[in-house]
Design a protein around this ligand. Structure first.
Ligand SMILES: *[C@@H]1O[C@H](CO)[C@@H](O)[C@H](O)[C@H]1NC(C)=O
Ligand SMILES: *[C@@H]1O[C@H](CO)[C@@H](O)[C@H](O)[C@H]1NC(C)=O
Ligand SMILES: *[C@@H]1O[C@H](CO)[C@@H](O)[C@H](O)[C@H]1NC(C)=O
Length: 191
């Protein structure tokens, strides 16, 4: 009894040591708040998103109802990333998305696309919310989308994000349909 308690204690002590040795490097490597943008733009808040090695930075201005965002995700040079909000539900279909990738002419491009099915074409389209100042860049193996969204009165939103490593004929191709790629949704209160 006493022995097993002791071994239990030493086991948890061991785990605490393990945790302590891992925690600091998590902070050092992954904390979005220490990230410096190439543009020197700063944001009021940020979150390291739990899947696909991505982060979202934002500043919400309630009076005009605008959300300035920068979405960052690890990506290969010729892959694509997308981020969007789904005003209807916490899922892919219905997402008002912004996509970014390297165009065949070499430029990074970004545009809005409404995800209307589980096999969307991903071509440029009209969104149900206004988008301003859209820009994409590729820095340190990450694709970054900058945008300003008009949100009217809502500041709590379903967000959806995705990455894929293939672009053909200047259109993003299907992403993986397992694991992390199916978990990349959540709700964020921006206000
Ligand atoms: C590449 O194509 C995109 C999309 O048509 C365009 O916006 C961009 O200006 C082009 N860049 C160059 C360097 O031609
Ligand atoms: C980018 O990825 C390449 C290939 O994996 C790697 O060699 C390089 O160190 C990475 N660069 C940065 C800044 O992370
Ligand atoms: C925003 O709020 C105003 C005043 O509370 C309301 O009249 C308007 O319908 C709302 N707009 C939207 C798009 O929800």
């Amino acid at each position: 009894m006493c022995n097993s308690l002791l071994s239990l204690m030493s086991l948890s002590f061991y785990h605490i040591l393990l945790l302590l040795s891992f925690l600091p490097s998590l902070y050092a490597d992954d904390s979005c708040s220490s990230y410096t943008f190439s543009t020197d733009e700063t944001f009021a808040s940020c979150i390291d998103l739990p899947h696909l090695n991505a982060a979202l930075h934002w500043t919400y201005a309630p009076k005009p109802g605008t959300l300035r965002v920068a979405f960052r995700a690890s990506q290969v040079r010729h892959g694509w990333v997308a981020w969007g909000i789904n005003p209807i539900a916490m899922k892919m279909v219905g997402t008002q998305a912004l996509v970014a990738f390297r165009h065949s002419n070499g430029s990074m491009i970004s545009y809005g696309t409404s995800i209307d099915s589980y096999a969307p074409l991903m071509s440029p389209g009209e969104l149900t919310l206004p988008i301003y100042n859209l820009l994409a860049e590729y820095v340190n193996n990450e694709t970054i989308i900058y945008a300003t969204l008009g949100l009217w009165n809502t500041s709590e939103l379903n967000v959806v994000w995705q990455v894929g490593d293939k672009v053909e004929k200047d259109l993003p191709q299907r992403h993986e349909i397992s694991g992390e790629n199916l978990k990349s949704v959540g709700t964020i209160s921006f206000g």
